[in-house]
Design a protein around this ligand. Sequence first.
Ligand SMILES: [Ca+2]
Ligand SMILES: [Ca+2]
Ligand SMILES: [Ca+2]
Length: 298
Amino acid sequence: MTSGGFLLSTAVALALLQVSLSAGAEPVVSFRDDAVVPHVLSFGGNPIGAGSLLDLQTGAVILDEGLVFGPGVEDIDAVHVMGNGELLFSTTTAAFIDGVSYSSGDVVRYDPSDGAHVLAFSVADFSEPTTSVDAIHRLTRGPHAGRLLLSTATVASLGGLVVRPGDLVAYDAGSKSAALVFDQDLISGTQAQQDVDAVHVLRSGDLLLSIALSGGSLGGLTLEEHDLILYDPLTGVASVALAGDGLFDGTTADINALSLDPVQLPAFSLAGVLILGLALFGSGAGALTRVGGEIQVA
Ligand SMILES: [Ca+2]
Ligand SMILES: [Ca+2]
Ligand SMILES: [Ca+2]
Protein backbone atom coordinates (compact mmCIF):
# COMPACT_ATOMS: atom_id res chain seq x y z
CA MET A 1 0.00 0.00 0.00
CA THR A 2 1.45 3.30 -1.04
CA SER A 3 1.05 6.37 1.09
CA GLY A 4 -0.96 7.90 -1.73
CA GLY A 5 -3.38 5.00 -1.69
CA PHE A 6 -3.63 5.19 2.06
CA LEU A 7 -4.40 8.89 1.93
CA LEU A 8 -6.95 8.43 -0.85
CA SER A 9 -8.84 5.72 1.01
CA THR A 10 -8.62 7.76 4.19
CA ALA A 11 -9.92 10.83 2.38
CA VAL A 12 -12.86 9.01 0.80
CA ALA A 13 -13.90 7.34 4.05
CA LEU A 14 -13.56 10.51 6.07
CA ALA A 15 -15.45 12.54 3.49
CA LEU A 16 -18.37 10.16 3.96
CA LEU A 17 -18.03 10.42 7.74
CA GLN A 18 -18.16 14.18 7.52
CA VAL A 19 -21.20 14.28 5.27
CA SER A 20 -23.06 12.21 7.84
CA LEU A 21 -21.85 14.48 10.64
CA SER A 22 -21.47 17.96 9.18
CA ALA A 23 -21.35 18.60 5.44
CA GLY A 24 -18.19 20.30 4.22
CA ALA A 25 -15.97 19.84 7.26
CA GLU A 26 -12.65 18.10 7.72
CA PRO A 27 -11.56 16.49 11.00
CA VAL A 28 -8.45 18.03 12.55
CA VAL A 29 -6.76 16.05 15.33
CA SER A 30 -3.69 15.82 17.52
CA PHE A 31 -2.39 12.87 19.54
CA ARG A 32 -1.10 12.53 23.08
CA ASP A 33 2.65 12.51 23.67
CA ASP A 34 3.13 9.86 26.36
CA ALA A 35 5.34 6.95 27.35
CA VAL A 36 3.60 4.65 24.87
CA VAL A 37 4.31 6.49 21.62
CA PRO A 38 7.17 8.70 20.41
CA HIS A 39 6.71 12.46 20.15
CA VAL A 40 6.70 12.24 16.36
CA LEU A 41 4.58 9.66 14.52
CA SER A 42 3.87 9.12 10.82
CA PHE A 43 0.64 9.65 8.88
CA GLY A 44 0.53 8.76 5.21
CA GLY A 45 4.31 8.58 5.25
CA ASN A 46 4.74 12.10 6.61
CA PRO A 47 5.93 13.02 10.12
CA ILE A 48 3.46 14.53 12.58
CA GLY A 49 4.35 15.71 16.09
CA ALA A 50 2.15 15.72 19.18
CA GLY A 51 2.34 19.52 19.20
CA SER A 52 1.13 19.77 15.61
CA LEU A 53 -2.36 19.57 14.14
CA LEU A 54 -3.24 17.08 11.39
CA ASP A 55 -6.03 17.31 8.81
CA LEU A 56 -7.12 13.67 8.60
CA GLN A 57 -8.78 14.07 5.21
CA THR A 58 -5.89 15.60 3.32
CA GLY A 59 -3.03 14.37 5.50
CA ALA A 60 -1.79 17.96 5.72
CA VAL A 61 -0.15 19.37 8.84
CA ILE A 62 -2.26 22.51 9.35
CA LEU A 63 -0.19 23.71 12.32
CA ASP A 64 3.49 22.82 12.63
CA GLU A 65 4.76 22.74 16.22
CA GLY A 66 8.23 23.94 15.22
CA LEU A 67 6.81 27.11 13.66
CA VAL A 68 4.61 27.89 16.66
CA PHE A 69 6.63 26.77 19.66
CA GLY A 70 10.19 26.78 18.29
CA PRO A 71 12.52 24.02 19.43
CA GLY A 72 10.55 23.23 22.60
CA VAL A 73 8.61 19.96 22.72
CA GLU A 74 4.91 20.70 23.21
CA ASP A 75 1.68 18.72 23.11
CA ILE A 76 -1.55 20.37 21.92
CA ASP A 77 -4.36 18.82 23.98
CA ALA A 78 -7.37 20.85 22.82
CA VAL A 79 -8.26 22.58 19.55
CA HIS A 80 -11.10 24.39 17.82
CA VAL A 81 -10.92 25.56 14.20
CA MET A 82 -12.93 28.76 13.76
CA GLY A 83 -14.84 29.77 10.63
CA ASN A 84 -12.28 32.45 9.75
CA GLY A 85 -9.42 29.94 9.81
CA GLU A 86 -8.04 31.03 13.17
CA LEU A 87 -7.40 28.37 15.79
CA LEU A 88 -8.15 28.09 19.48
CA PHE A 89 -5.85 25.65 21.24
CA SER A 90 -4.39 24.62 24.59
CA THR A 91 -1.24 22.70 25.48
CA THR A 92 -0.59 19.90 27.98
CA THR A 93 2.10 21.85 29.84
CA ALA A 94 3.18 25.51 29.86
CA ALA A 95 4.34 26.63 26.42
CA PHE A 96 6.10 29.64 24.92
CA ILE A 97 5.02 31.36 21.72
CA ASP A 98 7.31 34.23 20.64
CA GLY A 99 8.52 34.49 24.22
CA VAL A 100 5.00 34.72 25.67
CA SER A 101 4.18 32.02 28.23
CA TYR A 102 0.83 30.26 28.14
CA SER A 103 -0.16 27.78 30.85
CA SER A 104 -1.86 24.41 30.33
CA GLY A 105 -5.10 25.97 31.55
CA ASP A 106 -5.01 28.83 29.05
CA VAL A 107 -6.62 28.80 25.61
CA VAL A 108 -4.69 30.61 22.88
CA ARG A 109 -6.27 32.17 19.79
CA TYR A 110 -3.77 31.77 16.96
CA ASP A 111 -3.82 33.02 13.37
CA PRO A 112 -1.89 30.56 11.15
CA SER A 113 -1.67 33.15 8.36
CA ASP A 114 0.61 35.50 10.30
CA GLY A 115 1.41 33.78 13.61
CA ALA A 116 -0.50 36.36 15.68
CA HIS A 117 -1.55 35.00 19.07
CA VAL A 118 -3.59 36.24 22.01
CA LEU A 119 -5.02 34.81 25.21
CA ALA A 120 -8.61 33.70 24.55
CA PHE A 121 -9.32 32.08 27.94
CA SER A 122 -7.23 32.43 31.09
CA VAL A 123 -6.43 29.77 33.67
CA ALA A 124 -6.95 32.58 36.19
CA ASP A 125 -10.70 32.02 35.81
CA PHE A 126 -10.26 28.70 37.65
CA SER A 127 -9.90 28.67 41.42
CA GLU A 128 -7.02 26.21 40.97
CA PRO A 129 -4.04 27.71 39.05
CA THR A 130 -2.67 24.29 38.05
CA THR A 131 -5.79 23.30 36.09
CA SER A 132 -5.27 22.11 32.51
CA VAL A 133 -7.96 22.59 29.87
CA ASP A 134 -7.97 19.40 27.78
CA ALA A 135 -10.96 19.79 25.43
CA ILE A 136 -12.57 22.88 23.84
CA HIS A 137 -15.25 23.85 21.34
CA ARG A 138 -16.55 27.33 20.47
CA LEU A 139 -20.35 27.10 20.55
CA THR A 140 -22.01 28.91 17.65
CA ARG A 141 -25.65 27.90 18.11
CA GLY A 142 -28.07 26.85 20.81
CA PRO A 143 -28.70 28.38 24.24
CA HIS A 144 -24.97 28.80 24.93
CA ALA A 145 -23.97 30.31 21.55
CA GLY A 146 -20.80 32.38 21.86
CA ARG A 147 -19.59 30.52 24.93
CA LEU A 148 -16.53 28.32 25.14
CA LEU A 149 -17.35 24.68 25.83
CA LEU A 150 -14.46 23.17 27.78
CA SER A 151 -13.29 20.21 29.82
CA THR A 152 -10.50 19.97 32.37
CA ALA A 153 -7.92 17.31 33.18
CA THR A 154 -8.54 17.55 36.96
CA VAL A 155 -11.36 18.67 39.26
CA ALA A 156 -11.59 22.46 39.26
CA SER A 157 -13.90 25.33 40.16
CA LEU A 158 -15.08 27.63 37.37
CA GLY A 159 -17.85 30.24 37.44
CA GLY A 160 -19.24 28.84 40.67
CA LEU A 161 -19.39 25.31 39.27
CA VAL A 162 -17.29 22.30 40.29
CA VAL A 163 -16.00 20.86 37.02
CA ARG A 164 -14.85 17.24 36.82
CA PRO A 165 -12.60 15.80 34.06
CA GLY A 166 -15.51 14.14 32.28
CA ASP A 167 -17.79 17.16 32.45
CA LEU A 168 -18.26 19.60 29.59
CA VAL A 169 -19.22 23.11 30.68
CA ALA A 170 -20.23 26.17 28.64
CA TYR A 171 -18.39 29.20 30.03
CA ASP A 172 -19.06 32.90 29.56
CA ALA A 173 -15.91 34.84 30.40
CA GLY A 174 -17.86 38.13 30.50
CA SER A 175 -20.27 37.16 33.25
CA LYS A 176 -17.90 34.48 34.60
CA SER A 177 -20.75 31.96 34.63
CA ALA A 178 -20.62 28.27 33.74
CA ALA A 179 -23.32 25.77 32.80
CA LEU A 180 -23.02 21.99 32.72
CA VAL A 181 -23.64 20.63 29.21
CA PHE A 182 -22.37 17.03 29.54
CA ASP A 183 -22.20 15.17 32.88
CA GLN A 184 -19.29 12.80 33.42
CA ASP A 185 -21.66 10.46 35.31
CA LEU A 186 -22.95 9.43 31.87
CA ILE A 187 -19.62 7.62 31.45
CA SER A 188 -19.00 4.62 33.69
CA GLY A 189 -15.48 3.76 34.83
CA THR A 190 -12.67 5.33 36.83
CA GLN A 191 -12.23 9.10 36.77
CA ALA A 192 -9.37 8.71 34.30
CA GLN A 193 -11.63 6.59 32.07
CA GLN A 194 -14.35 9.24 32.34
CA ASP A 195 -12.01 12.09 31.35
CA VAL A 196 -13.18 13.68 28.10
CA ASP A 197 -10.05 14.81 26.21
CA ALA A 198 -11.51 15.99 22.88
CA VAL A 199 -14.89 17.34 21.78
CA HIS A 200 -16.71 18.83 18.81
CA VAL A 201 -20.40 19.72 18.78
CA LEU A 202 -22.12 18.91 15.49
CA ARG A 203 -24.88 20.98 13.87
CA SER A 204 -27.36 18.31 14.94
CA GLY A 205 -26.39 18.81 18.59
CA ASP A 206 -24.70 15.43 18.71
CA LEU A 207 -21.26 15.30 20.31
CA LEU A 208 -18.12 13.93 18.73
CA LEU A 209 -15.75 13.17 21.58
CA SER A 210 -12.81 11.13 22.84
CA ILE A 211 -11.74 10.03 26.31
CA ALA A 212 -8.32 9.96 27.95
CA LEU A 213 -8.09 6.31 29.03
CA SER A 214 -9.67 3.18 27.54
CA GLY A 215 -12.04 0.95 29.48
CA GLY A 216 -15.04 3.06 30.42
CA SER A 217 -18.43 2.94 28.72
CA LEU A 218 -21.02 5.40 27.41
CA GLY A 219 -24.50 4.35 26.38
CA GLY A 220 -23.40 0.72 26.59
CA LEU A 221 -20.44 1.29 24.25
CA THR A 222 -16.93 0.43 25.49
CA LEU A 223 -14.70 3.46 24.99
CA GLU A 224 -11.16 3.45 23.57
CA GLU A 225 -8.84 6.44 24.02
CA HIS A 226 -7.82 6.42 20.33
CA ASP A 227 -11.40 6.42 18.98
CA LEU A 228 -13.76 9.26 18.10
CA ILE A 229 -17.18 8.60 19.60
CA LEU A 230 -20.48 9.95 18.28
CA TYR A 231 -22.96 10.60 21.08
CA ASP A 232 -26.59 11.68 20.83
CA PRO A 233 -27.50 13.51 24.06
CA LEU A 234 -31.22 13.14 23.36
CA THR A 235 -31.27 9.36 22.95
CA GLY A 236 -28.12 8.48 24.92
CA VAL A 237 -26.92 6.34 22.01
CA ALA A 238 -23.15 6.20 21.41
CA SER A 239 -21.26 4.72 18.48
CA VAL A 240 -17.70 4.64 17.16
CA ALA A 241 -17.38 7.37 14.49
CA LEU A 242 -13.72 6.68 13.81
CA ALA A 243 -11.78 3.64 15.05
CA GLY A 244 -8.32 5.08 15.60
CA ASP A 245 -6.33 1.91 16.16
CA GLY A 246 -3.32 1.94 13.87
CA LEU A 247 -4.31 5.36 12.51
CA PHE A 248 -0.72 6.62 12.40
CA ASP A 249 0.68 4.30 9.76
CA GLY A 250 0.03 1.29 11.98
CA THR A 251 0.79 2.94 15.31
CA THR A 252 -2.07 3.50 17.74
CA ALA A 253 -2.05 6.77 19.69
CA ASP A 254 -4.49 8.46 22.04
CA ILE A 255 -6.31 11.22 20.14
CA ASN A 256 -6.40 14.13 22.59
CA ALA A 257 -7.58 17.04 20.44
CA LEU A 258 -10.30 17.25 17.78
CA SER A 259 -12.14 19.83 15.73
CA LEU A 260 -13.98 19.80 12.42
CA ASP A 261 -12.54 22.39 10.04
CA PRO A 262 -15.52 24.09 8.31
CA VAL A 263 -13.98 24.18 4.82
CA GLN A 264 -15.92 25.41 1.81
CA LEU A 265 -16.38 22.82 -0.93
CA PRO A 266 -17.47 23.55 -4.52
CA ALA A 267 -21.19 22.89 -4.86
CA PHE A 268 -20.82 20.17 -7.51
CA SER A 269 -18.19 18.34 -5.43
CA LEU A 270 -20.30 18.51 -2.29
CA ALA A 271 -23.37 17.29 -4.18
CA GLY A 272 -21.44 14.33 -5.53
CA VAL A 273 -20.14 13.34 -2.12
CA LEU A 274 -23.60 13.80 -0.64
CA ILE A 275 -25.20 11.49 -3.21
CA LEU A 276 -22.53 8.84 -2.72
CA GLY A 277 -22.74 9.21 1.04
CA LEU A 278 -26.52 8.98 1.10
CA ALA A 279 -26.42 5.91 -1.12
CA LEU A 280 -23.99 4.16 1.20
CA PHE A 281 -25.78 5.19 4.37
CA GLY A 282 -29.14 4.31 2.80
CA SER A 283 -27.81 0.84 2.14
CA GLY A 284 -27.02 0.44 5.81
CA ALA A 285 -23.31 1.07 5.39
CA GLY A 286 -21.47 3.94 6.97
CA ALA A 287 -19.55 2.68 9.97
CA LEU A 288 -15.83 3.27 9.57
CA THR A 289 -13.59 0.26 9.99
CA ARG A 290 -9.95 -0.41 9.34
CA VAL A 291 -9.07 -3.22 6.98
CA GLY A 292 -5.45 -3.98 6.16
CA GLY A 293 -4.31 -0.60 7.46
CA GLU A 294 -6.96 1.35 5.58
CA ILE A 295 -9.98 3.17 6.91
CA GLN A 296 -12.99 1.81 5.05
CA VAL A 297 -16.71 2.37 5.06
CA ALA A 298 -18.27 -0.87 6.28
CA1 LIG B 1 -4.26 22.18 28.23
CA1 LIG C 1 -11.27 16.48 30.45
CA1 LIG D 1 -8.52 10.37 23.61
